[in-house]
Each structure stands twice: as structure tokens, then as C-alpha cells.
Design a protein around this ligand. Structure first.
Ligand code: SF4
Length: 98
């Protein structure tokens, strides 16, 4: 089900787009899942979210890591921007970078 289908198309039920929580990435419109990811990160509870300094330091480590591939960590399969956004998470490598 696409975003528009979930609300009955443009001018749907509430007159605005809603996210279908049951879609797979392959079912989403191009680029939509990245938007959803950034919305997810922005909506994280401050109690569990990495602060900006920690977040950027983590991403700098990933940018310098051979395991980064198309935004994903080849070890765990996570989008690193998502993984780094949660403070309790850690780098899954044997020799942790963060
Ligand atoms: S999470 Fe760790 S292993 Fe994965 S890309 Fe980032 S630094 Fe590399």
C-alpha cells in the first residue's frame, strides 16, 4: 500500500498524507523511506536520543569506515544514521569505532 492509498489518495480521509506502517521499503515510493527515516530520527524521545555532538562524532567514524556501504553498515545491516541516533547503540564491529 502506498502513502496515497493509505489515505484514499490526495484529499483523502484527513486531507493530508499519512505513513503506511505496514509497507516494506520496496513498496514505498522512491525516496520516501529516507524521508521516513529522518522523521523517525527527529521524533526520538530526547531521553534515548544521541545529542548532536555524539551523533556527528559517530557518523564521522562511519564515514571513515570500510564497512559503510550506501548508508548501511555491512556488519549489522542498519542504516548508520538510524543506529547512531539512539544513544545506547554501539558500533557492531569487533573493534568498536563508537
Ligand atoms: S557502525 Fe561501526 S562498523 Fe558499521 S559502518 Fe559505522 S563504524 Fe563501521
Amino acid at each position: 500500500m502506498t502513502q496515497e492509498q493509505s489515505t484514499g489518495g490526495e484529499g483523502g480521509i484527513e486531507g493530508k498524507l499519512r505513513i503506511c506502517k505496514k509497507c516494506l521499503i520496496r513498496e514505498m515510493q522512491e525516496g520516501e523511506y529516507f524521508k521516513n527515516m529522518y522523521e523517525y530520527i527527529a521524533s526520538l524521545d530526547p531521553d534515548i536520543k544521541s545529542d548532536d555532538t555524539l551523533y556527528e562524532a559517530r557518523l564521522a567514524c562511519c564515514k571513515d569506515c570500510d564497512n559503510l556501504l550506501n548508508g548501511m553498515c555491512r556488519i549489522c545491516g542498519c542504516f548508520v544514521e538510524m543506529r547512531a541516533a539512539v544513544r545506547k547503540n554501539y558500533c557492531p564491529a569487533a573493534e568498536k569505532r563508537w
